[in-house]
Design a binder for this molecule. Structure first.
Ligand code: FES
Length: 67
């Protein structure tokens, strides 16, 4: 799905870039030119980045002490 219509950038491109370390709107702007025209894609991009980050977060294993 196109997220940035002005620069023809899709959600898949944003996720792939985020997985490779371009995980902020600023970095994506530098890489693709995203959000460099009308800016309507910023909110959706931030949402995708947040979602992507939460999927990558690893669960913490809690082991209670035997005290
Ligand atoms: S939709 Fe991304 S800059 Fe316009």
């Amino acid at each position: 799905m196109y997220i940035c219509i002005c620069k023809s950038i899709t959600d898949s491109q944003i996720r792939a870039a985020a997985d490779n370390g371009d995980d902020t709107v600023r970095k994506l702007k530098k890489k693709f030119g995203l959000a460099s025209c009308c800016g309507s894609c910023i909110e959706m991009t931030e949402s995708i980045l947040k979602e992507n980050m939460s999927k990558r977060a690893k669960p913490t294993l809690y082991i209670p002490s035997a005290a």
